[in-house]
Design a binder for this molecule. Structure first.
Ligand code: NDP
Ligand code: PYC
Length: 339
């Protein structure tokens, strides 16, 4: 049986933050990174939990992210577009700086967007979309990545795994949230399969010659495939346009040219859109939140589950019992703290 240890969420946060501080990150960067990574472990999202620490540290060491960056807000008074320049640091502190202004603007105007430029982004998007729903707003979050996905009908990496998240606030309940890569699976999942010596399910990837493969090594050397064929390919392209070109930041192929590798965390921009359901539905019959509940009940009534429910169950368990890590994971944290 695998040896495990259980840590409180606060204790895990302290360790992760200490690792980043020791590696030279300032308090803003280290705190925001620790929050998102620990949230990943707490919610049983292993592909964006502590496994990401080493990639973030490699990126710092390679000089591709500024450990002492301080994000700068351009509130753009009165405009629906709020901007934060991450200053070459990680996206997470830039998001934390911008989200209160985004929310206030969306409440005033009905809808607003937060543009984050010049950031390194390695995390899941659900913590961000949940922060928008916490403000009583519906949210859309998207960003490019680096070229690792072949467009449908193509045979070489071009698009990123381009994550896309949506959130809808629910009164007295956890929000409706989905968050997924626009590739069949996140690249982190392929890496976790490789580490575990497991084959991939069919349909996830092609090798460097463009042939279907279930070998994670061959998939990492080849290309991943978009989810849903041409539909995922088009959504991935939309994300390149909106969260790359439209916001004046890098597209996934440009990110790969800039970094020259997929072993570092990608550097690009991010787009967050916040919408007020009350403003959009004003003057129309029915309360949008009550009507949404009818829809959710009908979904669950058929025996289906709402997205993120697995995460929320894991979160409740972690909050009650702590986060369980394997001996190898604890060793990894100890080693990183000693470095
Ligand atoms: P998954 O396929 O694991 O999950 C996608 C979503 O679908 C989740 O909200 C999940 O909820 C939900 N879901 C899964 N199964 C069901 C079901 N049977 N019924 C209803 N809902 C379901 O996501 P991916 O592997 O595609 O992505 C994982 C993470 O990787 C994301 O958080 C994403 O943001 C991140 N990522 C980040 C990138 C970056 O560049 N920063 C790039 C690519 C991905 P639940 O969690 O509750 O199962
Ligand atoms: O899991 O595909 C992924 C990913 C890429 C960058 C950050 N996460």
């Amino acid at each position: 049986m695998t040896q495990t240890s259980t840590l409180t969420i606060a204790a895990l946060h302290e360790r992760v933050e200490a690792i980043f501080r020791k590696a030279g990150l300032n308090a803003v960067q280290a705190g925001a990174l620790a929050r998102v990574i620990v949230a990943g472990e707490r919610d049983a999202c292993k592909s964006h939990g502590i496994y990401r620490i080493e990639g973030a540290l490699r990126t710092v060491k390679a000089g591709k992210v500024k450990p002492d960056a301080v994000p700068v807000l351009d509130a753009n008074e009165g405009s629906a577009i709020v901007k934060v320049n991450a200053g070459g640091g990680f996206a997470n502190p830039a998001f934390e700086l911008g989200v209160p202004v985004l929310a206030a603007r969306a409440r005033t105007l009905g809808l607003a967007a937060l543009v984050i430029n010049d950031c390194t982004h390695f995390s899941a998007l659900w913590p961000e979309v949940e922060a928008v729903t916490k403000e009583g707003l519906a949210g859309l979050v998207m960003c490019p990545s680096y070229a690792t996905v072949a467009p449908t009908g193509g045979n070489r990496p071009l698009l990123g795994t381009n994550p896309f998240a949506f959130g809808w606030p629910r009164k007295g309940d956890a929000p409706y949230v989905f968050d997924f890569a626009t590739s069949v699976a996140a690249r982190g999942e392929i890496e976790l399969h490789r580490r575990a010596g497991k084959q991939l399910p069919e349909g996830w990837a092609i090798d460097a010659e463009g042939n279907p493969t279930t070998d994670p090594e061959a998939a990492l050397a080849g290309a991943m495939l978009p989810f849903g064929g041409h539909k995922g390919s088009a959504i991935g392209t939309m994300i390149e346009l909106l969260a790359g070109i439209m916001i004046g930041d890098l597209t996934s192929p440009e990110v790969l040219d800039y970094l020259g590798t997929t072993t570092l965390a990608p550097f690009h921009g991010e787009l967050i859109i916040a919408m007020s359901p009350e403003s959009f539905s004003a003057g129309r019959p029915g309360d949008p939140f009550a009507r949404a509940e009818v829809l959710f009940e009908a979904i669950v009534g058929q025996g289906a589950r709402l997205p993120s429910q697995r995460r929320f169950v894991a979160r409740r368990k972690s909050e009650a019992d702590g986060v369980t890590l394997t001996a190898a994971e604890i060793e990894q944290l100890d080693r990183l703290l000693e470095k």
